[in-house]
Design a protein around this ligand. Sequence first.
Ligand SMILES: NC(=O)C1=CN([C@@H]2O[C@H](COP(=O)(O)OP(=O)(O)OC[C@H]3O[C@@H](n4cnc5c(N)ncnc54)[C@H](O)[C@@H]3O)[C@@H](O)[C@H]2O)C=CC1
Length: 370
Amino acid sequence: MGDLGRMLKESWSLVEEHQDKVAGYFYARLFLSNPALRDLFPVHMDVQRSRLLDAVVRAVQTLEDPEKFDEYLRALGRDHRKFHVEPEHYEVVGGALIEAMRQYAGEQWSVEYDQAWADAYATIASKMLSGAEADTNPPYWYAEVVAHERRAKDIAVFTVQPMQPLEFRAGQYLSVECPRIQPRLWRTYSVANAPRRDNTLEFHVRAVGAGWVSSALVRRLEVGDMVRLAAPMGTMNLDRRSTRDTVFIAGGTGLAPIKSLLEELTRYNRTRWVHLFFGARNREDLYDLAELNRLAARYPWLSVVTSCSDDPTFPGEQGDISEVVARYGPWSEHDFFVSGSGPMVKATLKTLAELQVPSIRIKYDSFTDF
Ligand SMILES: NC(=O)C1=CN([C@@H]2O[C@H](COP(=O)(O)OP(=O)(O)OC[C@H]3O[C@@H](n4cnc5c(N)ncnc54)[C@H](O)[C@@H]3O)[C@@H](O)[C@H]2O)C=CC1
């Protein structure tokens, strides 16, 4: 790690314990110095608060590998156009962030740390700005909900029809907001289909306790509602030139981007074997199994293995999907795509490392909302 990375990590460790207070202070500073900014944020700030800290941690990681995250930051800049963010806002945000950290870091905070954060923030902001400025698309798209289906107690699959075409690549994700239910609260979800001629987009959402947006999208969203969608992001795409057989590993609604990649493969694949591992807590949560079985029956190159981690009488595999993959194989010559919760992705990457799969053949998106 370079000097800058080390300083960011060191200084972050001084405030890590007080994350909530840092976020609270940050927003207070921000809105005080620029009251107009308050209108860009949701009415209730509780959920928003932890988003900032995710962003900070991500920024620290970002700088350790600037090339890898270049496209990520440009896409994030495009995504932020949905907030009507102006270039001068970036400066105000950077100042408030450093001030908030300095406030809670105690005596060990130094001017070098100030400088390190200012440098890091300037790099991030300039990449985001150049991404935003080069974007000729609208800042967001309106889309009408045309289908909404509860597939399990907490899981819904819904389809939207954008008012204008929205270009994306299979495997990408984008921010979604429902102005009727929760104005200005955006969360990212993967598109669960490959680009279609009719432009419709499908999403898979699980309502999780504190995740207000997810719960609303599962329980309150209705056909006829309008949602807003922001610029697509993510690089978990298929490499058409690869001739390797492919392994998809999905945990829960992490199936969404895998489904999208699978749909793309159905359009051109004739030669690659594709193995899909789909894990859920119980059989009810294997919410898309009927459709996966239909695909497997139609495309001889596709095989599907399912597993339940909390359903002892389930007749398929038992255990976390990260472990189940290791029961099959050998996998040393395959391309891998992994999608699910952070811990699921981490556990799966560990398994694959133990199986000697080179990391260059593994694609995954670590999910963080901003
Ligand atoms: N909805 C979407 O568009 C997308 C969602 N995701 C993420 O996918 C996750 C899906 O969540 P749920 O449906 O609630 O899944 P879940 O928490 O019910 O987990 C489903 C399965 O994943 C595996 N798993 C979970 N935690 C694990 C761990 N610590 N170690 C090893 N394996 C583990 C197990 O097989 C488990 O049965 C969320 O975190 C979401 O952010 C990721 C990409 C897209």
